[in-house]
Design a binder for this molecule. Structure first.
Ligand SMILES: Nc1ncnc2c1ncn2[C@@H]1O[C@H](COP(=O)(O)OP(=O)(O)O)[C@@H](O)[C@H]1O
Length: 864
């Protein structure tokens, strides 16, 4: 094995190295791809930056355009006042458009403008040249003026010198005046010429600035054009990049997925590798431990035994704990060896505490429980038994126990509710009527529970009858099944701690187990038997017991299986009470009732003599299957905090059943039951009429295995066939039952006796107030709202004691009164009952305790 393991490790190491190589390659490829993406992303960022610069340049160009516009305006205003400036305004087109696309057109215009400006400049230069010439003329004139002035002075001198020459004075004065006028005119000309020259110089300067700006504009425009071109390119490039990035992303994702799958493979193989390694380590550790434990000398174990005996005698440990510890010592249990070794330095008290921890962990072990039953909800359900098998099993499974169920393979079961149903290849042979019969074994899961279905290959076609019970050969059918179930457990090699059988149909399991199967090797179990109803005992002529291999002579005795009221009859229920380790029934009150002669159905004496192992545990309900907040059968889901949906379900059911919907507040009363005398059929019938009289509506869902009761109710159903306030549906209908629980305001359960009853609990879960007789399980779960002896928080319905019409009327009328006169009070009651915990949680814990105690007792007895 070790060599195999080493080989496996070697193989796994190879696989691991290969996986690591692959992983490295993929990681490298991923890195390269990531690098490419980084470069592309940088380029993209650069492109973005350039686009931003282009946008800024665009804004800049717009600013320049504004300035140009202003300059143009200035020039045009100047042009209007001075002839030296050309008509710039007309020759410069102006585009208001900010669109970069119009830059080239504008550029052309600006070029034209520029040329005209150049021409203007040339003209101005010519003018300047002319002005220079004028300057020269002015110079000449100045010189002339100077010479004239000097000649004037000469003349003045001559005038003063020849004052006497009066005759010439007037002509000289006139000449002088003439000369003055000429000089003034020349001065005027000179001033004008100077002004014009200044203006021309200014215009020249402005023109040069303008030129510079135009040059700048041209440059900006060119740049803008370049950017425009490049931005278009960039955009294309960008798109290309995006596509590339997308492709790369996809590739990256694919490679990520690949990596993941490789990693997964790698992890799986690593896990496998680790598991194998851990197992090997554990095994070798255990071997080492076992070796150490086994190597301990017998003196060691004897010393331990004596120590436990001492503790027991000194009353330091209980008899039960002492027995468990002794058992562990005999079995050379490693844990007790370790406990002792670890306590070497401890005080005696500490050592005892360490040892007791071992017994407490063995007193609540995980148990292997196998139910052998005739019903299991929802696949094969007739009544409460089916609900209990599923509900209890689910609750025990939730608590960590291994729970399995063995059922007959009925032709009428709902196999669509079984997951992975398949037949096993190998049949299981079981004994019946002196020979072996093959059984086809089917497996599947129901509500998450593993189930075995047994299909007998017997000519009697035991489970091909179209119904679960009620056949003439029921005794044969179920005694055959009980034996085949045990045979299955034996042949499959099961070692259950508890075999739990239910009702008379599988009560045979208890005597079969002890009388036949323990000897065959199926000997690990304790037998638990639950009687769901003592009314059905399955008695039969004693001889019939032989068919399943039981010894009639040995069992048909008053202290064994003989029926208490007929010596020639065998009573399977009595057999189960006698041969089981644990006997339970389904409520404490019923357990009490059946101990009495009135309620015991002939078995009170038997129960009395086995009272130590007999206990009543109230059933729970499967709160997952029965939950108005998630119930898919309902039109509207609702809960205790939001009960509006209940009214909608009422409305819906009325419509479906063709009942009047006129008065929303008309109370709807329901009854869901098997129509058998136990259920108080005469009170159910009375309830229909009384409800009508009180102004309510009544819905009955039920069927009867008793022909005259079925007939009686068919007549009532026909009578009310098209009545607007009464409807009777005489069949078994699971989905309709959900609708009725949700729609009704009240549910009647007027049972004469009721082992537990589930309908009152389901009704409450759906906010339908129970009107129940105080008997059996009803007495343990329905508490009258007007009963002062009950703490107010527990009051949840209307009850009556005497099983007559008056008793029933009283409860029904009080319910109607509250419903009609105290709407809020009724609503509060509805919400309160919806919150009552009827789950299996606490009841399953009681079963668990019973199982564990029984298993511990068995172990202790074995040791003794
Ligand atoms: N006609 C019917 N259609 C559907 N479900 C029914 C019908 N009659 C009874 N039931 C269901 O069977 C179960 C009855 O359980 P219980 O009250 O313990 O009565 P019993 O086991 O005596 O029949 C409930 O789940 C109830 O809803």
């Amino acid at each position: 094995m070790i060599r195999n393991a080493e080989k496996n490790i070697h193989l796994l190491n190879h696989a691991r190295i290969r996986a690591l190589d692959d992983l490295e390659k993929i990681l490298h490829e991923k890195e390269v791809l990531q690098g490419e993406i980084n470069i592309l992303e940088t380029k993209l960022a650069e492109t973005d930056a350039r686009l931003r610069v282009a946008a800024q340049e665009k804004i800049h160009v717009e600013l320049l355009e504004d300035q140009l516009e202003k300059l143009r305006n200035e020039l045009s205003s100047r042009n209007s006042s001075e002839e030296l400036v050309y008509n710039v305004n007309n020759s410069l087109p102006f585009s208001q458009s900010n669109d970069v696309n119009s830059y080239s057109e504008e550029f052309d215009v600006w070029k034209t403008e520029n040329i005209s400006l150049k021409n203007e400049l040339q003209a101005l230069k010519t003018q300047l040249f002319n002005l220079k010439k004028t300057d020269e003329r002015v110079q000449i004139l100045e010189e002339e003026r100077i010479s004239l002035e000097s000649s004037l002075k000469e003349l003045e001198f001559k005038f003063s010198a020849s004052q006497e020459d009066v005759s010439n004075i007037s002509s000289l004065k006139a000449e002088c005046k003439n000369l003055y006028e000429k000089v003034e005119h020349l001065q005027q000309l000179l001033e004008n010429a100077t002004k014009q020259a200044d203006q021309a110089i200014l215009a020249l300067q402005q023109n040069q600035e303008l030129r510079k700006k135009v040059d700048q504009l041209e440059k900006s425009l060119e740049e803008a054009n370049v950017y425009k071109l490049s931005s278009e390119k960039m955009q294309q490039y960008n798109e290309l990049m995006q596509q590339k990035i997308q492709i790369l992303d996809e590739r990256l994702q694919r490679s990520d997925e690949e990596i993941e799958s490789y990693v997964q493979l790698y992890q799986n193989s690593m896990k496998e590798f680790q598991d194998t390694l851990t197992n090997l380590k554990e095994e070798s550790k255990k071997r080492l431990r076992d070796d150490t434990v086994n190597e301990m000398p017998s003196e060691f174990w004897s010393r331990l035994l004596l120590m436990i005996d001492g503790w027991f005698l000194e009353k330091k440990v209980s008899a039960e704990d002492a027995m468990l510890l002794r058992d562990m010592i005999w079995k050379r249990d490693g844990s007790i060896h370790n406990a002792y070794m670890s306590s070497k330095e401890k005080t005696e008290r500490e050592t005892i505490a360490t040892f007791l921890r071992l017994t407490s962990s063995t007193s609540s072990p995980r148990l292997h429980v196998i139910h052998i039953a005739a019903e299991m909800a929802p696949v094969a359900k007739v009544g409460g038994l089916g609900d209990v098998v599923t509900g209890l099993s689910k609750a025990l499974q939730k608590k960590g126990h291994l729970v399995e169920i063995v059922l007959p393979k009925y032709d009428c079961a709902r196999y669509q509710l079984v997951q992975d149903l398949k037949a096993l290849n190998v049949p299981v042979e079981s004994y019946f009527d002196g020979r072996l019969y093959k059984n086809k074994i089917w497996t599947g899961t129901v509500e998450g529970l593993p189930v075995y279905f047994i299909e007998p290959q017997h000519p009697g076609n035991f489970f091909w009858r179209g119904q679960f019970y009620g056949e003439n050969d029921d005794f044969k059918r179920f005694s055959f099944f009980s034996r085949a179930a045990l045979e299955l457990l034996l042949q499959v090699g099961k070692k259950p701690d508890i075999i739990h059988c239910h009702d008379w149909q599988t009560a045979f399991v208890a005597p079969l187990y002890w009388d036949l199967y323990v000897a065959k090797g199926l000997n690990s179990a304790r037998i638990c038997f639950t009687c769901h109803n003592f009314e059905y005992q399955g008695t039969a002529p004693a001889t019939e017991l032989a068919s399943c291999g039981l010894d009639v002579y040995h069992l048909n005795r008053p202290d064994r299986m003989q029926d208490n009221s007929a010596q020639d009859r065998i009573n399977p229920i009595k057999g189960a009470i006698v041969f089981s380790n644990i006997v339970t029934t389904v409520s404490p009150t019923y357990a009490q009732e059946v101990r009495s002669a009135e309620g015991g159905q002939g078995l009170h004496a038997t129960l009395h003599s086995h009272s130590k192992k007999f206990v009543g545990i109230l059933n729970g309900i499967d709160t997952e299957a029965w939950n108005p907040a998630t119930d898919n059968f309902l039109k509207v889901q609702y809960n205790a905090y939001d009960i509006e949906g209940k009214a909608e379900n009422k409305e819906d059911l009325r419509r479906c059943l063709r009942l009047s919907s006129r008065d929303v507040r008309r109370p709807l009363v329901g009854c869901i039951t098997r129509l058998v005398p136990q259920k108080g059929v005469h009170l159910i019938r009375h309830a229909i009429y009384r409800t009508l009289e009180l102004g309510g509506q009544f819905v009955l869902l039920g069927s009867s295995p008793v022909p005259h009761i079925q007939k009686e109710f068919e007549d009532i159903a026909n009578h009310f066939q098209s009545h607007e306030h009464v409807r009777l549906i005489l069949k078994y209908d699971e989905s309709l039952s959900h609708l009725i629980y949700a729609a009704t305001d009240m549910l009647t359960i007027p049972s004469i006796f009721e082992p537990c009853g589930l309908t009152q609990m389901i009704a409450m879960r759906y906010g339908s107030i129970p009107i129940a007789r105080k008997t059996g399980g009803l007495n343990d779960s329905v508490f009258d709202v007007d009963d002062d002896a009950i703490p107010i928080q527990y009051r949840n319905g209307f009850t009556f004691l005497t099983a007559d019409e008056q008793g029933f009327n009283n409860a029904l009328e009080r319910a109607f009164y509250l419903y009609k006169n105290n709407i809020d009070g009724w609503k509060q009651l509805v919400q309160k009952v919806m919150g009552v915990d009827f789950s299996w949680e606490s009841s399953a814990a009681l079963y668990e305790e019973l199982y564990a105690k029984s298993v511990a007792r068995a172990r202790a007895t074995k040791r003794a």
